[in-house]
Write a protein that binds this ligand. Structure first.
Ligand code: FES
Ligand SMILES: [Fe+2]
Length: 401
């Protein structure tokens, strides 16, 4: 990877402005992002609700890197590089599944759910299986959310654990199930997809469904300074739902009030799921927005949690993985209707796909120069871009260019 161009582009970034053109376009910048950002961060991999039983697994790609999360016979969740120790084939194709063992489809080497190599046919007598277990990936769970890190030494996750847990735990994600999961292909660089997802400057005109319940005009709602926000926070704390805000430069969480008269992020503003995940206050609990750099945000309301992950595929392609979680006892067709549950975020994602793709096309223009973010309406986008540049600079300082 030639880092000299990337170093120059990162170094030339103007404060408060969008990124230099080539950071959105170039294959070198994409390779750099995988190594410097996705290879060094904690990434939301999914939820414990997706891998409840021993043998349940989640297989997914982080850029070009295949990863598997699997629950062992001992009930412990582990993550591994999804790459056979024989000649490197993936063991499981991307997606969710269940297997008593992880058996490579190529030459049938077979691994236990704890990653140990159990069987390898026709290998010599002195072949030592203990040398060929699957290579581990760091994994942590926090209140039902699974995080993985491909870094040799991952960032400290203790403050995320300490400060997110009291906000997220009341949403009972450990007792959730996946009601729906979708993958939306967007022909835009992952950073443009994330930048778009971090601001609501475009929401009033761009997302009529979302704008009904979501306070699209809020300025820096994360800072919760307004009197109404303080009242909301006090009301939440009185019913045992801490509101924050909490965070570090790479994650933020806050519970905020939905527009008056709404209790859920649905097209009607009313619950899409009868069986609630949060009973406190009759479920009138706003939305807990939690977001983890580089590529994730979630909204947890009383009736469901929505998770958004922008997965980088190539310089100009990103897969948006969306997950809707509901109470594990909620029955489809009785307690909720899938179309009603998913409509708002599906529409919002489709609208955002157009914004991100149009953004990508325009960034290719020789007339593109980085433009200024609104300090209020795009404060979280600016935080993301500042965080990106800081992590990029740290990486460049460590790795000789
Ligand atoms: S590559 Fe997996 S058994 Fe050969
Ligand atoms: Fe949007």
């Amino acid at each position: 990877m030639d880092l000299s161009g990337v170093a120059q582009w990162v170094g030339s970034r103007r404060a408060g402005h969008s990124l230099p053109q080539h950071l959105y376009l170039s294959p070198d910048a994409f390779d750099f992002d995988l190594a410097a950002i996705f290879g060094t961060s904690w990434l939301l991999a999914g939820f414990t609700a997706e891998v409840k039983q021993p043998g349940d697994y989640l297989s997914f790609m982080v850029g070009r890197w295949p990863v598997i999360v699997v629950r062992g016979r001992d009930g412990v969740l582990r993550a591994f590089h999804n790459s056979c120790r024989h000649r490197g084939s993936i063991l499981c194709k991307p997606g969710a599944g269940h297997a008593p063992r992880l058996t490579c489809p190529y030459h049938r080497w077979s691994y236990g759910l704890d990653g140990r190599l159990l069987a390898a046919g026709r290998m010599p007598d002195d072949f030592d299986k203990t040398d060929y277990g699957l290579k581990p990936v760091h994994l942590e769970t926090i209140a039902g959310a699974i995080f993985v890190s491909l870094a040799q030494v991952p960032p400290d996750i203790s403050i995320l654990r300490r400060d997110l847990t009291p906000l997220l735990e009341p949403h009972n994600l450990e007792r959730a199930k996946v009601a729906h999961k979708s993958v939306l292909v967007e022909y835009a660089n992952w950073k443009l997809v994330v930048e778009n997802g971090r601001e609501c400057y475009h929401c009033a005109s761009g997302h009529p469904e979302l704008a009904r319940t979501f306070p699209v005009g809020a300025t820096q709602y994360f800072d919760l300074e307004a009197a109404a926000a303080r009242l909301f926070t006090e009301r939440m704390e009185a019913i045992g739902l801490p509101a924050g805000p909490v965070g570090e430069d790479w994650w933020q969480a806050v519970r905020f009030a939905l527009n008056d008269g709404n209790v859920a992020m649905t097209t009607s503003g009313q619950f899409a799921v009868k069986k609630l995940m949060v009973e406190a206050g009759g479920g009138d609990a706003g939305s807990l927005r939690w977001a983890v750099e580089p590529n994730n945000f979630c909204h947890s309301t009383s009736d469901y949690t929505f998770a958004f992950n922008a997965m980088p595929v190539s310089p100009g392609e990103t897969h948006v993985v969306s997950t809707w979680l509901v109470h594990e006892d909620a029955v489809e067709g009785v307690d909720y209707d899938i179309d009603e549950l998913t409509h708002l975020w599906t529409q919002t994602n489709l609208q955002d796909k157009v914004f991100a793709e149009d953004n990508q096309v325009g960034v290719w223009s020789p007339g593109y120069t980085p433009g200024p973010y609104s300090p209020t309406a795009e404060s979280l986008t600016l935080r993301f871009v500042d965080w990106y540049c800081a992590r990029a600079s740290e990486y460049l300082a460590r790795v000789p260019v």
